[in-house]
Ligand binder design. Structure first.
Ligand SMILES: [Cu+2]
Length: 335
């Protein structure tokens, strides 16, 4: 088998050398008008197929886009995405057309001579300044959006939630009545204190550990992310949020949920998506699926990475408070 492999390599090298040497014969060969016409037409036909394929994919794969943002801040993210995609597609449509069209129009011909054209300062100025201005505006809007989710210094009455990542599950902790999380360290992990909360810290007693994330609609939530072992990434696609969870440090992110789980289930795009999933599930003889917000891990963090998910329930603030009051505090759990 190995010998055959070597023979094949030797044949490939020999064929390569033979092909390379045939370049020297080309110096006396000039493409005829017939050759140029064939090549030019083929290029134009390819251009048409290129556009058909692109438009087909844009329409067909549109269903894979997420439904409307479930957070207020996510709207800016979506705007940025739509503006960027709009610009890219516009430039792409125009530039590709020009490339295909001019290649066809100015295909080789015996009667045509190339024009010597050194440069145009005016043209160069236009194609340098235009992208610079457009990119500056986009980056400024991006920075505004970034500050919106990162700078929480002037937020009134936010909800503080810790999200704790570990191989291979999520845990969360609410800051309790004082809205201040107790200190935590991986060295304090013992028994049911699975997040390593420092019980000597007075702020820790009223903290509420949970295995399902509930969020109130319309109130800004500040997430504090920690990891027990490796780098994970807390990914909440419906809220357009993602932040790395890094061992030994606390990272953060903030957003304001704007659609409850029930409202998102009634969204036309969500309904269509769920119907599509359930059709496949039915064919496989599986139970139907119901939409829920999810927290996922978006870092390949180990063999069961795919298993890292936690359900997120967004509800009206009164329902949220009712649910939170039924959960046990750290001091109730650790006596
Ligand atoms: Cu992970």
């Amino acid at each position: 088998m190995v010998a055959l492999f070597y023979i094949l390599i030797a044949i490939a090298i020999a064929a390569g050398i033979w092909q390379l040497t045939s370049i020297f014969k080309l110096k006396d060969v000039v493409a005829s008008d017939r050759d140029n016409n064939i090549q030019g037409t083929l290029f134009a036909v390819f251009g048409v197929f290129f556009y058909i394929g692109m438009i087909y994919c844009l329409i067909k794969y549109n269903v894979y886009l997420l439904p409307e943002s479930a957070s207020v801040e996510g709207e800016h993210y979506d705007n940025l995405y739509m503006i960027t995609m709009g610009l890219i597609l516009f430039v792409q449509f125009v530039v590709q057309f020009l490339i295909f069209f001019f290649t066809y129009k100015y295909r080789g011909s015996k009667d045509r001579k190339a024009l010597f054209y050194a440069d145009s300062h005016k043209l160069e100025l236009i194609w340098t300044v235009t992208p610079a201005v457009v990119l500056t505006v986009l980056i400024m809007y991006g920075l505004y959006t970034w500050n919106n989710v990162m700078d929480v210094s002037d937020v009134e009455d936010p909800l503080i939630v810790e999200v704790y990542a570990k191989q291979f599950s999520w845990e969360a902790r609410y800051a309790g009545n004082n809205n201040t999380l107790g200190r935590a360290n991986v060295r304090n992990i013992k028994g049911i204190n699975t997040m390593g909360v420092d019980m000597t810290d007075p702020n820790a007693a009223d903290d509420i550990p949970v295995r399902e994330l509930h969020l109130p609609k319309g109130r800004k939530v500040i997430f504090k992310f920690r990891s027990q072992d490796v780098i994970h990434s807390a990914y909440m696609p419906h809220f357009r949020a993602q932040m790395n969870c890094v061992p030994g440090m606390v990272t953060q992110f903030a957003f304001t949920p704007k659609l409850t789980t029930e409202e998102m289930r009634a969204d036309a795009k969500t309904i269509a998506k769920v119907e599509g999933i359930n059709k496949i599930r039915k064919e496989n003889g599986e139970d139907p699926y119901e939409f829920d917000y999810l927290l996922l891990c978006n870092k390949i963090c180990g063999s069961s990475h795919y298993n890292m998910q936690m359900k997120i329930v967004v509800e009206e603030e009164a329902d949220f408070n009712k649910w939170l009051s039924t959960q046990k505090t750290m001091s109730e759990l650790i006596k």
